[in-house]
Design a binder for this molecule. Structure first.
Ligand SMILES: N[C@@H](CCC(=O)N[C@@H](CS)C(=O)NCC(=O)O)C(=O)O
Length: 329
C-alpha cells in the first residue's frame, strides 16, 4: 500500500459530498429518500398506468441509464415519458435547461429540486436521478433506483411490447439478486468508492475490491455470452452502465486505473456486444457523461477541464461474441 500519511486526515471537508463520508474516509452513499412503488394492482396507491408518470434521467448517470435501457427493451416508451436534465448541475442541482425556456414541458419545473421539495419540504439530501414523478400531482413517487427497474419488468408487464425479454426471470431471481448485490458493492458503487474516498486506505480497499471483481467477471464471461448464460437479464444492464463509463471517466477521474476496460479482452468484447444491441449504445452519450463527471465534481477536478480523450471509436468494432449464443435473443 502507498504511504497513507498525506490523506489520513479523514475530515469530511475533503469529501465530494460531506454528508456521505464515513469515519475512515470511505464513501457512504445516502439512502434513497422516496421508496414508494408503482404496482400492477395499484395496491401501493400508485397503479401502473400509461401516461401517468415521468421518468427523470441524466444521460450521464449510470443509475438512471439503467432505467432508460430497461424502459426501451421492454417497449415502455409510450407508457412512461422521459425528462432529460442538463448534465451540469448548478448549486440548486439538476436543471431542465435543455428544454425550451429551461422548464420541463410536462412537469412545468425548472429544477428537479422543486419536485423533491413539493413532496418533502424538509428534504435536505442530494436531489438525485433517476426518479419517477406522478404527473398529475408533481410528487416524486420513487428515486429508489434498484427497485425502479425491477418494477418496470414485473409491475408493468401489461404494457410491455410483444416479445419483450424477461429481464428478471423468476427462476434466476435468487442468483441474480446475489450477483447484482456484489456487482453493486464492488463495481457500480465501487468506482464511486474509489473516486470519493478521502483516505488512501479507503481508496485502496475500494480499488482492490473493484479489480478483484472485474477479474472474476472476466472469467465468468469467457465462455458465456451474458452473466446468466445465453439470457440477457437486468444484471447485464447494471454491469453495462458502469463498463461503458469506465475508460471515459472512471479510469482517470475516479482513479480506477489498474487497467482500462479495453485491456480486459473478455469484458471489453462483452461490453461492445451490449453497446451494439439496440437500447444500449444508442442511449449512451459520452459528451454528457464526460462533462457531468469532470465538470461537477469540483473536489476531485477543481479546474473542471474535460479531457479530450480517450479515443472511443472502438465501441463499434466487431466483438465476436455471437458464437457464444445458442438461443436467439
Ligand atoms: N439515488 C442514489 C443514486 C443515484 C445518484 O447518485 N444519482 C446521481 C447521478 S449519477 C445524482 O443524481 N447526483 C446528484 C448529486 O450528486 O447532487 C443516491 O442517492 O445516491
Amino acid at each position: 500500500m502507498a504511504d497513507p500519511t498525506p490523506s489520513t486526515a479523514t475530515s469530511s471537508s475533503h469529501a465530494q459530498f460531506a454528508r456521505e463520508a464515513g469515519p475512515r474516509g470511505e464513501f457512504v452513499r445516502q439512502p434513497n429518500r422516496f421508496t414508494d412503488r408503482i404496482t400492477a394492482d395499484g395496491s401501493s396507491g400508485w397503479p401502473a398506468e400509461p401516461g401517468r408518470y415521468r421518468l427523470v434521467w441524466s444521460r450521464a448517470c449510470p443509475w438512471a441509464h439503467r432505467a432508460v435501457i430497461v424502459r426501451r427493451l421492454l417497449g415502455l416508451e409510450d407508457a412512461i415519458s422521459l425528462a432529460t436534465v442538463d448534465p451540469i448541475r448548478d448549486e440548486r442541482g439538476w436543471r431542465f435547461t435543455l428544454d425550451p425556456g429551461g422548464r420541463d414541458p410536462v412537469l412545468g419545473i425548472e429544477y428537479l429540486a422543486e419536485a423533491y421539495r413539493a413532496t418533502d419540504p424538509d428534504f435536505e439530501g442530494r436531489v438525485t436521478v433517476p426518479c419517477l414523478i406522478d404527473i398529475p400531482t408533481g410528487r416524486v413517487v420513487t428515486n429508489d433506483f434498484p427497485q425502479i427497474t425491477l418494477d418496470l419488468s414485473t409491475q408493468w408487464r401489461a404494457f410491455h411490447k410483444p416479445g419483450a425479454p424477461d429481464l428478471y426471470p423468476e427462476d434466476l431471481r435468487a442468483e441474480m439478486d446475489q450477483l447484482m448485490a456484489v456487482i453493486h458493492d464492488d463495481v457500480n458503487n465501487g468506482v464511486y468508492k474509489c473516486g470519493f474516498a478521502t483516505t488512501q486506505e479507503a481508496y485502496e480497499a475500494a480499488y482492490d475490491a473493484l479489480f478483484r471483481r472485474l477479474d472474476e467477471l472476466e472469467e465468468r464471461l469467457r465462455h458465456q455470452r451474458y452473466l446468466f448464460g445465453d439470457r440477457l437479464t437486468e444484471a447485464d444492464i447494471r454491469l453495462f452502465t458502469t463498463l461503458v463509463r469506465f475508460d471515459a471517466v472512471y479510469h482517470n477521474h475516479f482513479k480506477c486505473n489498474r487497467n482500462k476496460l479495453t485491456e480486459m479482452p473478455v469484458l471489453w468484447a462483452y461490453a461492445r456486444d451490449l453497446f451494439q444491441t439496440p437500447g444500449f449504445g444508442d442511449t449512451v452519450d459520452f459528451d454528457h457523461i464526460k462533462r457531468h463527471y469532470y465538470a461537477t465534481h469540483d473536489r476531485i477536478n477543481p479546474s473542471r477541464i474535460v479531457p479530450k480523450g480517450p479515443d472511443l471509436s472502438g465501441w463499434n468494432t466487431p466483438h465476436g461474441r455471437e458464437r457464444l449464443t445458442t438461443r436467439p435473443l
